[in-house]
Design a binder for this molecule. Structure first.
Ligand SMILES: [Zn+2]
Ligand SMILES: [Zn+2]
Length: 304
């Protein structure tokens, strides 16, 4: 399918939310919009994580009906809580309901979405009860087929990641790899235009300690979006997050063209994470901020 989706222009990353572990005073939880155009100029849009408070800000950048797929790194609330907001939009916004949005995630994603969408016993089945009302017939009934499991009243078609197994969404070739975090988690490598010399490589660490799988996944990234949820010298527990220094180490080992550090907690300083990353990586480094747009090209990544 490569030729039909040639996208020599690279990809565009828009930071929707980048606050670590929860929404902060100036940013929602984790959410990133990754877009590219194919050779018919159709724009393809991936939403990477949809954390606390992110669905509101996301609507500043995309009409929800134009989302081609959602990719979840893991199911902590700061990465997936606003799925329920999108589910309500998908079911009830004028012109809806939308066809089920493909949603890729860990093996417990169906359970997690149902948990988020269930409003409690007093509401007789939460969102699904309303979805069954005649005014808004469900476009697809709940159930599992080879194409995935339909949940949240038809809002999502969920499929589970398998580490190393590629998923194709239009021109995006997406490869999840196992991350190291207290819950099942993945880092996500996205390559556009596999068969084209101008392919762009984008890698998102998700939440993870530094592990060999992540080093493999990040190799040759034109842009590495890497979490720095921990502070060097303060946070010593293993298996949860990286420090800015480790993010820099990863960028250097991977030969990344540019590093954007993200997932800094509201009580920490982004400048500390950047300074710490600089000790290990001499390429361009920035701290993610909401609304920032990066054009990711194979030769160089330029912040706009
Ligand atoms: Zn997180
Ligand atoms: Zn997490």
């Amino acid at each position: 399918m490569g030729e039909a989706f040639w996208a020599g222009a690279g990809v565009r990353l828009t930071v929707i939310g980048c606050s670590g572990s929860m929404a902060g005073p100036d940013s929602p939880g984790s959410c990133y919009l990754l877009q590219t155009e194919d050779n018919t100029d159709r724009t393809w849009s991936l939403v990477l994580d949809l954390g606390s408070g992110a669905f509101g800000a996301l609507q500043q950048h995309i009409d929800p009906r134009d989302i081609d797929a959602i990719c979840l790194s893991h199911l902590h609330a700061d990465h997936c809580a606003d799925l329920v907001g999108l589910a309500v939009w998908a079911r009830y916004a004028p012109g809806g309901p939308l066809p089920p949005i493909p949603c890729y995630g860990p093996s417990t994603t169906v359970w997690r979405v149902r948990q988020l969408a269930d409003h409690g016993r007093g509401e007789r089945g939460g969102i699904d009860a309303y979805a069954a009302a005649p005014a808004r017939p469900a476009p697809s009934s709940e159930g599992t087929t080879a194409r995935g499991t339909i949940v949240a009243g038809g809002a999502f078609r969920v499929r589970n990641w398998v580490a190393g197994r590629q998923v194709q969404v239009g021109p995006f070739t997406i490869t999840p790899s196992s991350a190291r975090h207290p819950v099942e988690a993945y880092s996500i490598r996205v390559v556009t235009a596999m068969d084209h010399p101008n392919q762009a490589v984008f890698v998102y660490s998700g939440d993870s300690d530094l592990v060999p799988e992540l080093e493999d996944s990040a190799r040759g990234a034109d842009l590495l979006l890497c979490e720095a949820g921990f502070v060097h010298g303060r946070d010593t527990v293993g298996g949860v997050h990286m420090t800015g220094r480790q993010a820099g180490e990863l960028a250097a080992k991977a030969g990344a063209g540019k590093l954007v550090v993200t997932h800094v907690a509201p009580w920490d300083d982004k400048a500390t994470a950047v300074a710490d990353a600089r000790l290990r990586y001499d390429g361009p480094i920035e701290a993610a901020s909401p609304g920032a747009v990066y054009q990711v090209d194979p030769v160089e990544a330029v912040a706009k």
